[in-house]
Every structure is written in C-alpha cells, then in structure tokens.
Ligand binder design. Structure first.
Ligand SMILES: O=C(O)CCC(=O)C(=O)O
Ligand SMILES: [Fe+2]
Length: 273
C-alpha cells in the first residue's frame, strides 16, 4: 500500500510562530488510516470522548476530563500537582460546551503514530525549524486528540502547556465549505503575556479582540494541511458560525509519557513483549 505521508511541502510563516504544510494529509491513504483509527478509538472506550466546557481551558487546564484520566492523574505523586478534582472545586464549571475531544493516546496504532512522528522529524530537521528544538528519538506524543467543533464552539487564546515542546494540528475539514468561522489565529505569546494585558487581567477588565489586532495572524489553510508550532506561539480558534470543524492535534514532548498505551504505540515495547 502507498505511504500515507507523501513528500512534504512546507514553509515557515509569520516568523517564527508557525510552520505551514500544504495538503500532506489530503491523500486517501491517510484519510483511510485516520478514519479506521477513529472508529477503533470510539469503540475502545466511550470514556475517550470528553466535552470541554467554555472558559475551561485556561493555561492548559481542561475540565470535563474523563474518569479514566482522573484515575491516571491520581497515580502521579508530585509536589504542587493539582488534581482535576481540585480545579473543579476552585472554579465552577462553565455551562457552554466549547468543543469535544476524542482522546487517542490509549488507542492509537503504530502505523498512524509512526506517520505523525515522521512528520515531526521532517519538520524539526528542516531549514524552517527556527524553534530551537531538535529531532531526537525521545520526541514522543503526550496528547493525541481529535477535536470537534460545532456551531458556537471555539477555543480562546492560549499556549499549549504541560511539558510539551511542539504542537501539530492537521485540518480535517474544508474551511468555508464544511464550516464557516472557526479561524485558527496565531501570535507570539509575548503579546498575550505583556504587562498591559496582565494588568487588565488583574483588574478583571475584559480583554478585547482589538487588543491584539496588530500582532495576530489568521492561518489560511485547507483540509489536509498541517501547522506546527512551538509552545511560545499563542493561538485560538474563533467561534464556528456554521457547519462542523474537526482537527487532529498532537502535542510532543521529549521522553516517554506514561499515558500512552505501550502495546499499541512503541516498537520498543513490542520487542520486549
Ligand atoms: O483545533 C485547532 O485548530 C487548535 C486546537 C488547539 O489549539 C489545542 O488543542 O490546543
Ligand atoms: Fe492549542
């Protein structure tokens, strides 16, 4: 069968905020691989599917997290580690669903996983890598998710945190055909965390869209395109106005994450089992 990852064409955009690759995942091979995978993950466990509530994703914290992840969380014995339960106590759940996530960490198969890791390798080894991070064999996915947005769903300005170094987003829907609105916008996080904005936050003054007008850039992309960015890139998804928007999001970190299912993911474990 054909390689699901054809030779890549990509370029650095909005230096040094993101790298944009065109059409790499538009192939039938990739679509088939992914749709098999989604079916498998959905059937594996309903608990993989989670609704994320509005305003809940502040500094990378998600509410509405699955019982399974809560269970995993309890096993981490680190100082200063908040459990999801603590967060839920501190800040009440918002009402509105912001987007839906299908977590694929525990059900991803080797063929798809090696495809996305090869993409990470090609991007980080390219001349467009201005992110000061390098390919090495320990660069593994910490989170692998399909994110679904329906009308009114969005994701506010944030940076991806949690120890990851690189995020990859693959667009699975066609903008302005499958959905309208839902633009992915970027800016360097220095603007999000600048002193004026910080002060506004302290004073509880709502941060307005126009506060970022001169810094932000809207990604012009299509179904099958990907975008890769470092943790210094702040980004958001504007509200979807019509239709349905899906993305495949992979966040990478150095070292092996306890949460991935080793039997489905790592060649190393396959050898030892
Ligand atoms: O859906 C997207 O385009 C971006 C998703 C995102 O930023 C995230 O999952 O952190
Ligand atoms: Fe993000």
């Amino acid at each position: 069968s054909q390689d699901p990852l054809p030779p890549l064409v990509f370029s650095a955009k909005f230096f040094p905020t993101y790298i944009h690759g065109k059409g790499a995942f538009a192939s039938k091979e990739f679509k088939d691989l992914l749709s098999d995978q989604i079916k498998f993950c959905r059937s594996e466990s309903v608990q993989n599917q989670v609704e994320v509530l509005e305003d809940s994703r502040y500094f990378g914290v998600e509410y509405g997290i699955s019982e399974k992840m809560k269970e995993e969380d309890k096993n981490i014995d680190e100082e200063n580690w908040y459990s999801y339960d603590d967060f839920e106590k501190e800040e009440p759940k918002a009402e509105k669903v912001s987007h839906k996530v299908l977590y694929m960490n525990n059900c991803i198969r080797e063929d798809l996983y090696s495809t996305i890791r090869r993409l990470a390798q090609q991007v980080t080894e390219s001349k467009y890598n201005h992110f000061q991070l390098h390919w090495n064999d320990s660069l593994h996915a910490q989170t692998i998710e399909i994110i679904n947005y329906t009308v009114g769903n969005s994701l506010g300005w944030h940076v991806d945190v949690g120890g990851t170094v690189l995020t990859m987003v693959i667009m699975l829907s066609e903008p302005n055909v499958d959905f309208t609105g839902g633009e992915l916008e970027f800016m360097d996080s220095q603007h999000l965390f600048n002193s004026e904005i910080q002060e506004q936050e302290m004073n509880d003054t709502p941060i307005k869209d126009s506060d970022f007008d001169t810094f932000r850039k809207t990604l012009d992309w299509h179904k099958g395109d990907f975008v890769v960015f470092p943790i210094t890139s702040a980004h958001r998804v504007k509200p979807v106005l019509s239709g349905h928007r899906s993305t495949f999001v992979i966040e990478f970190k150095y070292g092996i994450y306890y949460g991935l299912n080793p039997h489905l993911t790592y060649p190393l474990d396959e050898q030892s089992s």
